[in-house]
Design a protein around this ligand. Structure first.
Ligand code: AMP
Ligand code: MG
Length: 400
């Protein structure tokens, strides 16, 4: 059996190259990963401009003490240009965002001056006040967003500020999702007494889409070797990742492993962790294969630990690290040495420090625990039981 860390390294080593690039409209790029560096072709802002509504003047006209009267020569709304140089003794009425004319270098906010007809009375002010400098955000030639960057809201805005209408991003990795098991029924269909409804295809779809993949739903495949063999090979032909749940433990009908042994290869199928020990990782045809455990919490957790980093790397993402924090255990937690355990936790701040409790019973079939949790509590391999007050690692989940 290998450790979680070893499993993660082996998986990432198997993902050699990212998905091919494609050009898409900026407006469709949210959540996508840049396939190339974006180098600025212009300064942002493109010109010195006013940060306030007020009066632009030349520094020579700023009175060192007392006040001075200046002639207001024109009115400049945002989007307009003055077109001349401002001369000594003159002030230009200017709106926020309008370019600072040649000859001016300082802007008075309208609140601190007195306007009287064609003239304005100005007090002392710091030279250069209220001017936003050309290129203060981005300089032409600078790499603003690197290849592998996730396009979130701020990145969308930065690309737009450079005038880009299209971006070269990575194609979304294609992920086939298969549920296995005669005991699994489709929501909305008739459920025999010995059956449970399929939840894994739905949690996994959500996780794949959140990680930037695109899903093909292969439905529920019964525990019949030939069926599973045919479906998995078919899926492998047109997908980057084939994801199954169920059928990877040591029960008589755990067929996924047998199919893989014939039609692909298994790199490993047991990881020293709880929940989620049985997880088969390897290849089928030309696709990466992940056989996740059937238990709903274990399926989500093994996705989180093993499939998501692979998917991110395939999607071309540069940063694969997840943030971990320390918090004080608010209760006693059972822990077996020699494996890494993941408990569903509720992280809160008690006014003094961060503390974490479990969501309650931690059975790997208790899927509602995942809806209550806002973090995973990660108890490392060499640790035993955790005492109240002891500090533990937590990984925040869907905090916003
Ligand atoms: P298995 O890994 O096939 O032995 O399944 C382990 C447990 O997970 C069993 O209790 C299954 O009934 C359950 N299970 C398997 N597949 C699913 C699924 N798609 N949705 C919900 N539970 C499942
Ligand atoms: Mg099964």
């Amino acid at each position: 059996m290998i450790s979680v860390h070893e499993a993660q390294s082996r998986i990432l080593a198997r993902v050699a190259s990212p998905a091919p690039p494609e050009m898409i409209a900026l407006a469709a790029a949210l959540g996508r990963i840049l396939a190339e560096d974006i180098r600025a072709a212009m300064d942002v802002p493109p010109a010195d401009n006013s940060a306030v509504d007020g009066y632009a003047v030349a520094a020579v006209d700023i009175p060192p003490t007392g006040v001075r009267w200046l002639d207001v020569v024109a009115d400049l709304p945002a989007g307009s240009e003055f077109g001349h140089a401002l001369r000594a003794g003159q002030a230009l009425r200017i709106m926020t965002g309008a370019p600072i004319p040649v000859g001016a270098d300082t802007v008075y906010p309208q609140e601190i001056v007195t306007r009287d007809g064609p003239r304005v009375e100005v007090p002392p002010i710091e030279r250069g006040a209220n001017v936003r400098g050309r290129g203060e955000d981005v300089r032409a030639g600078q790499i603003v967003l690197g290849a592998g960057t996730v396009m979130r809201a701020p990145e969308m805005g930065v690309a737009a500020s450079l005038g880009l209408a299209q971006l070269l991003v990575r194609q979304k990795p294609r992920v086939a999702i298969v549920s296995t098991g005669d005991e699994v029924a489709e929501p909305g269909a008739e459920r025999r007494p010995a059956q449970i409804y399929d939840s894994n295809r739905f949690t996994l779809r959500g996780l794949v889409e959140a990680a930037g993949g695109q899903v093909t739903d292969y439905g529920i495949i019964p525990d019949v070797f030939e069926r599973l063999h045919a479906e998995l090979l078919g899926a492998a032909a047109s997908h980057d990742i084939v994801l199954t749940s169920g059928g990877v433990s040591v029960g008589d009908y755990d067929l996924v492993k047998s199919v893989l042994q014939g039609a692909g290869d298994i790199d490993f199928w047991q990881v020293a962790m709880q929940p989620g020990r049985p997880v088969a990782v390897g290849r089928i045809g030309g696709a990466h294969f992940f056989g996740l455990p059937g238990n709903p919490v274990a399926a989500m957790l093994t996705f989180h630990l093993f499939v998501r980093p692979a998917l991110w790397k395939l999607a071309g993402r540069r940063d694969l690290d997840v943030p971990l924090f320390r918090a004080a255990a608010a209760e006693r937690m059972r822990k077996k040495r020699g494996r890494r355990e993941f408990k569903r936790g509720v992280l809160s701040h008690d006014g003094e420090r961060w503390q974490v409790r479990t969501t309650g019973p931690q059975g790997s079939g208790i899927l509602t625990s995942m809806t209550q949790a806002n973090c995973l509590i990660v108890v490392e391999e060499d640790a035993g039981d955790v005492s109240p007050g002891e500090s533990v690692w937590v990984e925040p989940l869907h905090f916003s």
